[in-house]
Design a binder for this molecule. Structure first.
Ligand code: SF4
Length: 313
């Protein structure tokens, strides 16, 4: 099951923007492209707005409804057309594992989109693009990120981790959900979840332990929602160091004293920012090859996404 990612067509380099241009993201078109299958959508083009076209914006009316209108003539209202398109296309996206949207767009923006009143006064960067708002409501678990935010290494790493975890869960449950599969999946994700959120680590563990209390369909969705919510937290150096110490604890009786000290020092140097995460992880993996431990070796924490993305270096 390929990793399918929805994407604003302009972010993929299609010249579909109102001014005839594009917003190609080098990360999406070069690094990520070989590893995923993109589903490119330009909602404005899909509802028949031409290229180039007059600029549009979000407007709040007296009843607090948000509409998509033409900037120069707000009598030209595209809201109903856009909502009709959205209701038609979104049901096809249940197999997506992520979505990359174009920032600031009144259609595709994920946050901080400019909002105006009917008189044209700016109300601040407080809205969500009309298409992406529906996408988020339909699939609350779906990892969604904006092109601009992917330039931030921590946000990029976080988004990619969520995408590959989401896809792993979808593949695992593809031919039917069982509690046994959930227990096995959760067992592989324990340390990755702990790195993102120690609180969520305990909550997800409790959810899995109480699996028999839920209807399977409810539990399948609830676990995915809670996992994706937990992984939205950026895994800090302190939390990674905590996880690394936990992992070291499984091996410490097998390692001699100098080896233990070397690993402890490396984890400390990672904690204070002197070496990248890859350094202590590589050393831990070396000791796992010397002293195999099937529970640790299956941990997704060691390889949450394809290595060639280079996100831990
Ligand atoms: S932001 Fe969305 S609607 Fe605008 S050009 Fe890009 S894909 Fe099309």
């Amino acid at each position: 099951m390929a990793v399918k990612i929805g994407i604003s067509a302009c972010v993929l380099g299609d010249k579909v923007r109102f001014d005839g241009g594009h917003k190609a993201s080098a990360f999406c078109t070069q690094q990520l492209q070989p590893l995923v299958q993109y589903i490119a959508v330009c909602p404005e083009q899909a509802i028949g707005m031409g290229v180039p076209r007059p600029a549009i914006r979000l407007q709040r009316d007296a009843q607090q409804h948000i509409k998509l209108v033409q900037s120069r003539d707000n009598n030209l209202d595209y809201t109903e057309q856009m909502l009709a398109f959205t209701s038609q296309v979104l049901p096809r996206f249940a197999e997506l594992s992520g979505y990359i949207v174009c920032a600031k767009s009144p259609t595709c923006g994920m946050e901080r989109v400019k909002l105006y009143d009917a008189e044209g006064n700016a109300l601040g960067k407080v809205a969500i693009g009309i298409y992406t708002r529906q996408l988020m409501q339909t699939y609350p678990w779906l990892p969604i990120e904006e092109d601009g935010r992917l330039l931030d290494p921590a946000l990029k790493e976080n988004f990619i981790s969520r995408v590959f975890a989401c896809n792993d869960y979808q593949r695992t449950m593809h031919d039917g959900f069982t509690v046994g599969k959930l227990v096995a999946f959760h067992s592989r994700y324990k340390f990755l979840v702990m790195a993102h959120s120690p609180v969520a680590y305990r909550q997800l563990g409790k959810l899995v332990a109480e699996a028999k209390l839920f209807q399977p369909a409810e539990l399948q969705l609830r676990y995915l929602n809670e996992l994706m919510q937990a992984m939205r937290n950026i895994a800090t150096r302190k939390q990674h160091a905590n996880v690394l110490q936990h992992l070291q604890g499984f091996l410490k009786k097998l390692m001699d004293s100098p080896a233990r000290q070397e690993l402890t020092d490396l984890i400390d140097r990672y904690r204070v920012g002197r070496v990248p995460l890859l350094a202590p992880i590589t050393l831990l993996q070396h000791y796992l090859r010397l002293y195999p431990n099937s529970y640790l070796q299956q941990q997704v924490y060691f390889n949450p996404y394809p290595e060639q993305l280079g996100l831990r270096a």
